[in-house]
Each structure stands twice: as structure tokens, then as C-alpha cells.
Design a binder for this molecule. Sequence first.
Ligand SMILES: Nc1ncnc2c1ncn2[C@@H]1O[C@H](COP(=O)(O)OP(=O)(O)O)[C@@H](O)[C@H]1O
Ligand SMILES: [Mg+2]
Length: 549
Amino acid sequence: MLDLDETADYTEVQQPGVTLMSIVTVLGLTENTLIGETSSSEYSSEGGTPTFDRIPFRVKAGRRPNLNTFVIALRQDDDNRAHYGRIIAGSELNLRARPGGMQKDDAYGMRRTDIRSSELSPDLVRVMEIELLGEIFVKDDNSLEIAEPTQLPHTGQSVYELPAAIIPKLLNIPEKDDSAKDKPISTSGLYLGNIESGGHSVPFFLPNTAIARHIAVLGKTGVGKSYAVGVLMEELYEKRIPILSFDVLGDTEQTAKELEGKHIVAGTDDFKIPYSIIGLEEFLAFIPNLTSDQRELIASAYGNVFDEALDKLENGEELDVPFASLIDLVKRIGTSINSKATDNAVRRVQAAFNRNSLLTDKPVTWTELLADAPLINIYVGHLGQWQRNLVVGAVARILQRLRRRNHIPPFVLIIDEAHLFLPGGSDLPPSTLVLREMIRTARHDSVGVVLLSQSPSSMDRQILLTCNTRILFALDPEDLRVVAGQIGDLPEETIKRIPRMPRGTAVFTSGMDIMRHAVIVKIRGRTFTTHVAETPDLREAVEKWRKEH
Ligand SMILES: Nc1ncnc2c1ncn2[C@@H]1O[C@H](COP(=O)(O)OP(=O)(O)O)[C@@H](O)[C@H]1O
Ligand SMILES: [Mg+2]
């Protein structure tokens, strides 16, 4: 039973005309949600003692709170203030189930039937541990306020499951302000999934502010990263935020079409890169087996072209430095220094340019698409990794300048298989450095970045750190170790469970100002896009192949 002090004197804190309500009343806590009583024992097997970090409690007979449930623990001295946290561990102590005793029973041929006769058995104790997250209190106007933990929790106090509706307030994330077609909506948040607590579920809205602070979506293959980012794309689409996505596996082609976007294959007429902007090292890499004389000649000519292109980009002009200008420059410089390499250099450059389908000297139009199409998906899966890097690096360079000059709207850049584009270590190709630099400064340009990876351990650490919000799916322990230090306030127990999380379930962590605590979210289903990347059944696939051949 609740033991509310009816005689307490509230006059000191009371505003005229407002009766300060107890936390139990404001939260609507009832006998139905009472799950136990805070406890204390010198034995850790009995849950130990309350501290500023943990509160053990004895679970009431018949109650079965789930792991990770958010709970409230009352205080003895203050009806208006309580502790809140979540269940992170539990144990059942049963004096009748001691292995020694059970062995004796067997040895003497006695079969005890009352080992766990009922949860009211005097020899059975169920203890759970609350990870203490903070304090919640009633303000003068009877609204709720959240604070850091300050007080040592009391023993013998009621513990309640927290009503799911309060959870967004605890996390300081948006609550739904509308619904459409049975889907909750918030203007200030992205509806990505649901939080489950105490047998109830509330919509989880990632605050809009998280987008421009970058998001890393990490997890083993097949756990639901791409699916979740598809959900994110639906939300961005509804908020009319343009998306640019680089696609290695072809996952996003279907989604792009469904979101009235454009699917573009790099290297086709729809998408080429101005040769003038890719940078010297990338350009030279297109021309194999140059002699050092040829190389020097081409390098100094290309240097001029590149500078001109950067100028044009700064001034918002088309990147259309004619290829003939480069050839011209090579000839002129070659002649002026009497280089024997001139003719061959010209021929090599010409041949490389003709052979190549990625580069162009014509103005490109794909830069304008961002202003109109909600989603542009650039497919780079058919290219070698070196060319993929080149594409992503050049696009990053171009869009960053255009964005700075406000020629294109703010947008979200999404890179799947990001470890391929942003590997860790030194000695990185220049296009990787360009992309890295772009991501590092993207926040100031109002560009949000979303990186997906199955292998955070092989990714650039700085870039991972730049991503304020992490969406962690099941990860291998080695990869988990890489991000564990950056997970925020998740307790050891919960981190240890991350490798075993089911598909479609993720831990969201972020900066304190975006989301107060880490939380486990069940990613919602897609509502108006389809995810095509089904994991193939090899037996079926082989059978199909045989039928066709
Ligand atoms: N939240 C979810 N709800 C329903 N199906 C899902 C969910 N998440 C993933 N799936 C399914 O699981 C499979 C793998 O998901 P995917 O997102 O492609 O994994 P990843 O990108 O992590 O490799 C897909 O077939 C997808 O349809
Ligand atoms: Mg994927």
C-alpha cells in the first residue's frame, strides 16, 4: 500500500490557489504498477545496498517487470520527489533450491515438490537492480521536472513501473503532437520506432536537432541498418529535407523511386564528374604508367585547371573547363621548357580521358537536383573502390562549396557501407580526406551526415566521434569495444547484451542536449517504402538458377 502522508504541510512551497500534488498523483502511479520495494543487503547476491548509481529492490510476488523497464522509486522524506531509472539486472534467491540441499534430497530419494511453491514462499527472494538515472519532482505548478541524481535513495520505498507516456519527458525528446493514418507525428522529431516499458509502448521521436549533429548507424550485416535508414528517409521526406545517398548495394533504388526521388548510376550520362575538380592525385591515377617527365608536365598543367575550377566553384559558376584547355596547357608548358615528353604526355592524357566514362568537361546538372528532388540516390556499386572514393570525394567537394554559397538547400548525406569510404589509419587517398573534411565541417554548413557501417573498428575514429547520435544494432564484441567508450550512460550490463539484440532493435545514444539518456528502440515498420534487400536463401537461389539454365 502507498503510505502518503496526509498531514504533511505543503504551505511553504505552495503557490496561492495551487495545491501541490504528490509525485504519485501527478504520475498517476497505482497499485497496478507497484512492482516492489527498495531493499538493502550486505550480500551482493541479494542485490547489495542502494548507492548513488544503483538501487536494489525486492520484487513483489506475482510481478514480472521486464529487463530495461523504466521505474520510479519513491523517497521517505519527500512526496514530491522520486528517483527514476531502469531495470538492468535481477536474480532469484531460493533457499530451498540450494544445490547441496537438492543433492541430499536426491541422495536420500526424497523429491521435494515445494521448491518454488509460490512467489510468496518465505524462502524465495527476487531482487532486481535499478540503474539510477536521475530524480523527478513536482514543481509549484504541478508540472514535472527532471534533475540529476543528488540524494541517496531510501530503503523500504515503493517501486513502480513508469507509465510509458512519461518516458519522452525523461529522455527530453519530442512527444507526438498529431497523428496521421495511425502514425504519430511530431514537428520537432523523426518517428523512427517505439520504446517499450512496463508492457506498454510509446513512439520514439529522434529530435530533429540530431540530424545536423550527424548519425552513425552501426551493426553486423543483416541486423536492420539499411531498413532503419529507410525509415529515417521516410521521415526526412515528410519533413521535406533533401537527401543525397550513396548506394553500394542497390538497396535504395526502390526507395528513391517511391519517394519521388532520382536513382542515378555513376558513369552514365546522368552522372559524371567534372574532371577539373577531382584533384591532382586522383586525376593522375587515371593515367597509368607515366614517366616522371610526363607526370611533371601533366601535373603543372592540371594544377592550373584545378585552380580555375576551384575559382569557378567559389563563384558559383559551371565547372566546364574545356578538356582542350588542359591539352593546350600541357603543350605550352612542354614547349616552353623544351620537354621531349610533350607529345607523349598529350597522347596519354587524351587516351585516358576518352577511355573514361566517369569524367566530363561539360557542365553537370546533378548539382541542381538537390533543390527539386527529395532524394537522390547515386549508385556506385559497379565501380572499383578507388573510383567510388573518387565519386564520393568529388561530390563532397562540389556540394560543400555550393552549400556554403547557399546555392543548394541544406540536405542530409547518407553513406551506406561507410567503412569503405572512411577507413581508419594513415596513408589515405586524397578523396577520402576530402570526404572526411567535408563531414568534419558539415555541421556548420547545415548538412547532416548519416553513416552506416558493419565495421566501426575499421572506420576512421575521428569521424565516428563526429557523429553525435549512434544507433547501435547487434555488433560483434570487437566492434562494440570500439564504440563502447562513446555509448554514454549505458550500464555495463546493457552494453554486454548488445551483441545479442534481435534484428530491428537498436540502442540510441546521443549528446545530453539531444537526448538525456540512452534508450532501446524497436525500429518501426516502413509505411510507404519497401526494403528490397532480402537476405537470400541460397538453397532457393540455386534451385532457381538450375531451372533457368
Ligand atoms: N525493423 C524491421 N522490421 C522488419 N524487417 C526488418 C527490420 N529490420 C530489418 N528487417 C529485415 O531484415 C533484413 C536485413 O535488414 P537490412 O536492413 O538489409 O540489414 P543491414 O543493412 O543491417 O545489413 C531485411 O530483409 C529486412 O527486410
Ligand atoms: Mg545494409
